[in-house]
Ligand binder design. Structure first.
Ligand code: ZN
Length: 133
């Protein structure tokens, strides 16, 4: 769990251009805040910060890295693929190639699925909010 020890894109910044979304998972105590900026339909930057279990924190780190720099549509497809993987549905393997696949085992632990998806959900919400602007 490299991302737990060395989280990517960690720490929030003070910039009004970023869409901020805070999500909390009461069943585990995970608390994640993300900031996303979309420019010209590209996910220009993602910041993430929070506290929680190792699954939650490392997943938020992986999400921030996996989604940064992508077209909005590709990023949203990738988020969907991640949810489908955890719900044991068919998903686009090629799209998720990389660290995100490391979370496929979480599907066997339904109580932890919310931990693994929290960061992705927060980023998804932030992207959709930015898209509306
Ligand atoms: Zn958790």
């Amino acid at each position: 769990m490299d991302h737990y020890k060395n989280p990517q894109n960690k720490g929030l910044i003070d910039n009004d251009n970023y869409e901020k979304v805070h999500l909390y998972n009461p069943s585990c105590g995970d608390d994640i805040t993300v900031q996303v900026v979309v420019e010209n339909n590209i996910v220009k930057d993602i910041r993430q910060d929070g506290t929680g279990c190792s699954i939650c924190c490392s997943s938020a780190s992986v999400a921030s890295q996996a989604l940064k720099g992508l077209d909005v549509e590709v990023a949203l497809n990738k988020i969907d693929a991640f949810y489908n993987m955890l719900m044991d549905k068919t998903f686009d393997y090629e799209l998720l190639k990389g660290d995100a696949l490391a979370f496929s085992g979480v599907k066997d632990f339904p109580a932890r699925i919310r931990c693994a998806t929290l960061g992705w959900k927060a980023i998804e919400e932030a992207i959709l909010k930015q898209k509306e602007k």
